[in-house]
Ligand binder design. Structure first.
Ligand code: ZN
Length: 340
C-alpha cells in the first residue's frame, strides 16, 4: 500500500509518500481501507520529534474508512461497512482500562503518535476501537470528529463539570478543539466567549453559536471578559494555546472558576501568581484526550446532528507536504483532511 512515513524528525521534506507492506489484522482486529484521515497539530509535533515515536513512522490520528475484513474473533462488522477509528491506543486489560479510564492506561498513546496512524491506505486496528458511522456523515466529516470532539467533551464535562448556563471562555475559535467546544458548551446553554484573529474567523465563530468573540490580536482577553461578564469573569476557561495566552486565561476566571487545559501550542512553560490562585480559589485542571465511554457519548450528539464537524480543506494524501505547510500557516477554520 501507499503510506506517508517519516524516517527521521524534521521539516516537511521528511514526509515521504512511499510503498510499505500491507498490514494484516490479528484475530481481534479488523482491516480498514482508509478513506479520510484528518490532521491535528499533533501531526506537526510528531513530525518535528516527540519521545516514544519509533521510526519509520506513519502519522495521522483521525481515521474514517470501510471495513475490508475482520479477524477470527470479530463478528460484528461486515465488509464495506463505514466506520471511524477511535484515536486512542490502550491495553484494554489493566485496572484503568477496565474502569473505563483508557486515557490513564500506562500504555495509552494517541494513534499516530506512539503507534502508527492513518496516513496510508490500510490500517489493522483492535475491533474495540472501531465505531460504525451513519450515512449522514461523509468520510471527510467523520474523520474530522474523533480527536477534537472527544478532547473538548472530556475537558468540559469530564474535567470541568460544566453546568447549564455557565459562562465559558474558549481560546482559539478556529482550532479543532475550539470548534467542538463552542458547540458542546452551547448544548449546555452556556454563554460562550471565544477568541479569533481576523474578521472571517470571528464571523465563523458567531455562526457556530458563540455569543461574543474577542480579537486576540487587537484586544486584551481578560479585560474584554470582565466587560462582558459585568466584572465577574468566566466560570470555565478552556485553554490549549499555552504560553501566549496563559496569563490572560488565568486572569479571565471568576472567583472559584476552573481553567482546564489540553495543550501548549505556543509553548509549554507558564507562570502563575500563587496568591491569585489561592485567594480566588481557582482550580487548574489538566485534560488528556478522554475515554472510550466519552467518545461514544459525544458521537451520539454528532450522529444526531446536535454538534457538527467543520471541514476546512481536503488534500490528496500524496500532497501531505502542502497540507502540513497549510496547517503551519494557521489559515484554516476547521479540519484539514487527507484522502488516500
Ligand atoms: Zn490499560
Amino acid at each position: 500500500m501507499k503510506a506517508v512515513r517519516i524516517h527521521q524528525f524534521g521539516g516537511i521534506d521528511e514526509l515521504r509518500y512511499e510503498d510499505v507492506p500491507d498490514p494484516r489484522p490479528r484475530k481481534d482486529q479488523v482491516l480498514i481501507r482508509v478513506r479520510a484521515c484528518a490532521m491535528n497539530h499533533l501531526d506537526l509535533w510528531v513530525r518535528k520529534g516527540l519521545p516514544g515515536v519509533n521510526l519509520p513512522h506513519i502519522l495521522g490520528s483521525d481515521i474514517a474508512g470501510e471495513i475490508v475484513e475482520s479477524g477470527e474473533y470479530v463478528t460484528r462488522f461486515k465488509p464495506g461497512q463505514r466506520v471511524i477509528v477511535a484515536p486512542l491506543h490502550f491495553c484494554g486489560h489493566c485496572t484503568k482500562c477496565l474502569a473505563g479510564l483508557q486515557n490513564r492506561c500506562r500504555e495509552f498513546t494517541v494513534r499516530g503518535n506512539g503507534v502508527d496512524g492513518g496516513n496510508c491506505e490500510l490500517v489493522a486496528v483492535s475491533a474495540a476501537s472501531v465505531v460504525p458511522i451513519p450515512d449522514t456523515l461523509d468520510f471527510n466529516q467523520a474523520a474530522s470528529v474523533p480527536l477534537v470532539f472527544l478532547t473538548a467533551w472530556h475537558m468540559l464535562t469530564g474535567r470541568a463539570a460544566i453546568r447549564p448556563g455557565q459562562t465559558v471562555l474558549i481560546l482559539g475559535a478556529n482550532s479543532g478543539v475550539g470548534i467542538a467546544a463552542i458547540q458542546i458548551a452551547r448544548l449546555f446553554h452556556a454563554r460562550v466567549i471565544t477568541t479569533a484573529g481576523d474578521e472571517r474567523k470571528k464571523a465563523a465563530a458567531l455562526e457556530l453559536g458563540a455569543d461574543h468573540v474577542i480579537d486576540h490580536y487587537q484586544q486584551k482577553i481578560s479585560q474584554e471578559v470582565r466587560k462582558i461578564t459585568n466584572f465577574e469573569g468566566a466560570d470555565i476557561v478552556l485553554e490549549h494555546v499555552g504560553a501566549a495566552t496563559w496569563e490572560e486565561s488565568v486572569k479571565s476566571l471568576k472567583s472559584g472558576g476552573t481553567l482546564v487545559t489540553c495543550g501548549a501550542t505556543t509553548g509549554p512553560t507558564a507562570e502563575i501568581d500563587l496568591r491569585f490562585l489561592f485567594s480566588r480559589e481557582l482550580a487548574l485542571l489538566g485534560s488528556y484526550m478522554g475515554t472510550m465511554g466519552e467518545l461514544h457519548e459525544v458521537l451520539g450528539h454528532v450522529f444526531a446532528g446536535r454538534v457538527k464537524p467543520v471541514v476546512d480543506h481536503i488534500f490528496p494524501l500524496k500532497d501531505v507536504r502542502i497540507a502540513h505547510e497549510y496547517m503551519e500557516k494557521s489559515q484554516m477554520f476547521g479540519k484539514i483532511v487527507l484522502n488516500p
